[in-house]
Design a protein around this ligand. Structure first.
Ligand SMILES: Cc1cc2nc3c(=O)[nH]c(=O)nc-3n(C[C@H](O)[C@H](O)[C@H](O)COP(=O)(O)OP(=O)(O)OC[C@H]3O[C@@H](n4cnc5c(N)ncnc54)[C@H](O)[C@@H]3O)c2cc1C
Length: 477
């Protein structure tokens, strides 16, 4: 390779527009080679051989590769541990720099540090995934905030147009010769995944099967954002909690994998009327990333120290099976669990109801629920999922007070008033009236196969409040 070459390591920024790492690399000298690594340590956590997320990612990579080919380049996809394969690739190609977007999760920070340590060139990281990095919004004394509202106020005040200005990608004639790069990588013994073959075959190369997903389409991201901002963002404050009608953006999976950038979301929303509530929700994502960055122990432990080791959580297999089989006997909870397994997504209100039910009514360890969601959610994001579960379990920062135990039937009546969500995911209850569908057990039309309620709400509520009180007392003694 004659002119200097830089690698751009694509991770959760799977797009070619408004791309901080790519734009920054292109602003430098020489040619650029985009790379993606199917990290074998991460893949080990994907237990479903036909995981819809891997098909989604592979389809996205193929699209990127084709788009890059039209611009004179290509996407190099490797399979292996980035700690080994990236420094090796960089050495083979004599890359002067590796550019990537900063990742704020504890494990990925450690991985990036290891790659940097193994590599002799410049390792450049830029902020892309968030509008404000976790170390940017702090209290006056430079310590991090623990509560959302003051964080949000500071975040909002600190947010300037420059934070969400587009990173323009000027890539004309700037990519390395892809055939040469790919051949060099192969000759060095790296496991290169060929994106010119069918997606199914590419997935086989990493040990997975294709999942033909009718719901989540990589090409949809831009249109979803456009339509949401044009048609729904104004009513978001009043509609977002209703599970039976699509009042939220459903952009989570696209944001998670970076098919759209957080900056374009903010640009689009800033131009729309009444978008403050939605922007505030985007801030929750930044808040939980910030919490995990400053308190990495929350990955495995309760954020509130007085709840560490003091609550009688159960990790009983039978309880987890109830979650898997959606057989709580509470229609709103069972419908939500079916939504998750059949679509790879769950409405936010439903996530709150499910997480509350399992952690409070059944005292299931929030880590079990967190892990279960991690296996299924298309938008699975460690910090947000952990934050959501700990919020519901009352162990997190800013959490739901322990004495607030959602009544699933009241939640159901309020946020699925005509039962359309329940009927959609539990068609066996479709014949019940709008009133009965939330609690079918007293109706003659209740199908015999529908499970009896696993717990009595009042008794479970009293037990939950009691164990939390006792845990707080233990701390005082
Ligand atoms: C138990 C539990 C687990 C959760 N797990 C995840 C997860 O793994 N990944 C994830 O992105 N969100 C998670 N959330 C937050 C929220 O449920 C989803 O972000 C939201 O449902 C995604 O739908 P949407 O794209 O239509 O969101 P919208 O309502 O349109 O919001 C837009 C975006 O803002 C962000 N956002 C909104 N609400 C939250 C929130 N409370 N916390 C963090 N970010 C938020 C998301 O990126 C979302 O896509 C969880 C919430 C709970 C209660």
């Amino acid at each position: 390779m004659s002119s200097p070459l830089s690698l751009v390591w694509f991770r959760r920024d799977l797009r070619l527009h408004d791309h901080a790492a790519l734009a920054t690399a292109l602003a430098g000298e020489g040619t650029v080679q985009p790379v993606f690594v199917f990290d074998t340590e991460i893949l080990a956590r994907f237990r479903n051989p036909a995981d819809r997320r891997l098909s989604f990612i592979m389809r996205t990579l193929v699209n990127l590769h084709r788009a890059l080919a039209q611009r004179g380049g290509g996407l190099l996809v490797l399979h292996g541990n980035p700690r080994d394969v990236l420094p090796k690739l960089a050495a083979v190609l004599k890359a002067q720099a590796i550019y990537s977007a900063e990742d704020f999760e504890p494990a990925t920070r450690a991985r990036d540090a290891a790659v940097k340590a193994q590599y002799n060139g410049r390792f450049v990281q830029v902020v892309d995934h968030l509008l404000k990095a976790p170390y940017e919004v702090l209290k006056d004394d430079k310590t991090p905030l623990k509560v959302f509202t003051p964080y949000y106020k500071r975040w909002r005040a600190a947010l300037h147009e420059t934070d969400y200005a587009e990173y323009v990608v000027k890539d004309r004639d700037r990519y390395a010769d892809f055939a040469t790069v790919q051949a060099a990588a192969r000759n060095a013994g790296l496991d290169v995944i060929d994106l010119d073959q069918p997606v199914e075959a590419a997935l086989t190369c990493i040990g997975y099967e294709y999942f033909d997903d009718p719901i989540w389409q990589p090409a949809q991201a831009e249109a979803l954002l456009r339509d949401f901002v044009a048609e729904k963002v104004t009513d978001y404050p009043t509609q977002r909690d209703f599970m039976g009608s699509p009042g939220t953006s459903r952009l989570g999976p696209y944001l998670r994998h970076g098919l759209i950038s957080i900056r374009e979301c903010l640009r689009a929303a800033s131009d729309a009327p009444n978008s403050a509530t939605w922007i505030k929700e985007l801030c929750w994502r930044e808040f939980y990333a910030m919490i995990m960055y400053h308190w990495p122990e929350v990955v495995d432990h309760e954020f509130q120290p007085h709840y560490r080791g003091t609550l009688p959580w159960t990790r009983d297999e039978a309880v987890r099976r109830v979650m898997e089989e959606a057989t709580t006997g509470y229609p709103i909870v069972d419908a939500a669990l079916r939504e998750l397994t059949s679509t790879g997504w769950m409405h936010n209100r439903a996530r709150m109801i499910v997480a509350s039910f399992f952690t409070k009514h059944l005292l299931m360890d929030w880590r079990v629920g967190e892990e279960y969601f991690a296996q299924h959610l298309m938008d699975y994001e460690l910090a947000s999922n952990n934050g959501g579960w700990q919020w519901s379990a009352s162990t997190g920062t800013d959490a739901q007070p322990y004495f607030r135990v959602f009544n699933p039937v009241l939640q159901s009546r309020k946020f699925d008033p005509v039962g359309s969500y329940i009927r959609h995911y539990l068609p066996e209850l479709a014949a019940l009236s709008d009133k009965e569908v939330h609690w079918p057990h007293d109706s003659l039309l209740c199908p015999t196969g529908y499970p009896k309620p696993i717990v009595d709400h009042q008794a479970a509520r009293a037990r939950a409040i009691n164990v939390f009180k006792e845990a707080a007392l233990k701390q005082l003694l």
